[in-house]
Every structure is written in structure tokens, then in C-alpha cells.
Design a protein around this ligand. Structure first.
Ligand code: MG
Length: 160
């Protein structure tokens, strides 16, 4: 197994009324939230998938199936914590993560520091090792029409 491993993650969730908006483990005031079996945290899901991918451990859907009532409304940070434990068992740790949230609204930059703090703490690393960016799709596509949000993540893991 190589000492350094890279992983990519992508996720997409619909925005619906009557749900809290949770991104990177942070609750953000907004009229809609992300639909999902868990809390719908699209950023944390993309990050989980990137880490699982880098470790060769499949994906979030295999690990935490949405048919399992155990994961109903679960905090996605709890899923990330479990992903972190899985890679530790394989002798790996996260060195760095870079992410992009795709959303038209609300403004997310004011929440980046808190998201980095939450994600980094869950992974047992420093906030400086986690980067978060946001992009709009210029009012195009489901994300641009405010019907959904997406997220991309790339991570680097190393053998402990
Ligand atoms: Mg998801």
C-alpha cells in the first residue's frame, strides 16, 4: 500500500422546506434544509466519501445504508467520526482535505471557520488542514435555482 493516498468525494442533496440546513456540522439559518436519511450534510458526506475512497474502503452508501434505521437523522459528524475510526484501523490518517460547496444561497463564507473547526476536530487534525470553498452555478442547474446543493472533496491520507 502506498504511504500517501488520495481520494475524491462528491455528493448532491435536494433542498426542501421543514429541514434544518446543516453544512460541515454547522447549523445555518436558511428557509430550507437538505433532504436526506441523515441530517443531509452534503459537505460532510463528500468528505466521508473522499476519505473512504482514499483508504479503499468503498463509499458512504455501503458503510451507512439509508435503508438502515440506525442512521435516520444521525449527525453526519458521527458518520465522519466512524470513517475516521475505520481508516485508523487500516493505519491511515488524514493529512489534508480541500472541499467545494456548490450552492446559490445563503452566503456560506461567514461559516467556513466554524465548519473547518468542526470537521477538523472530528478528524483529530488542525483546522488549517481543512479548506472549504463555495461556488454558485450562476443561477443555472438545480443548485443555481436553489433546489439543491452539491459538494466536492479531495483528501490526502498517509500511513501512520
Ligand atoms: Mg449524502
Amino acid at each position: 500500500m502506498p504511504r500517501i493516498r488520495v481520494g475524491i468525494g462528491y455528493d448532491f442533496h435536494r433542498l426542501v422546506g421543514g429541514r434544518k440546513l446543516i453544512l460541515g456540522g454547522v447549523e445555518i439559518r436558511f428557509a430550507k434544509g437538505l433532504a436526506g436519511h441523515s441530517d443531509g450534510d452534503v459537505l460532510t458526506h463528500a468528505l466521508c466519501d473522499a476519505i473512504l475512497g482514499a483508504a479503499g474502503l468503498g463509499d458512504i452508501g455501503q458503510r451507512f445504508p439509508d435503508t438502515d434505521p440506525k442512521w435516520k437523522d444521525v449527525s453526519s459528524l458521527e458518520l465522519l467520526r466512524r470513517v475516521c475510526a475505520l481508516i485508523q484501523e487500516k493505519g491511515l490518517r488524514t493529512v489534508q482535505a480541500d472541499t467545494v460547496i456548490v450552492a446559490e444561497q445563503p452566503k456560506l463564507a461567514p461559516h467556513f471557520d466554524q465548519m473547518r473547526e468542526k470537521l477538523a476536530r472530528t478528524l483529530g487534525i488542525e483546522p488549517a488542514q481543512v479548506n472549504i470553498k463555495a461556488k454558485t452555478t450562476e443561477r443555472q442547474e438545480a443548485t443555481g435555482r436553489g433546489e439543491a446543493m452539491a459538494a466536492h472533496a479531495v483528501v490526502l491520507l498517509e500511513a501512520i
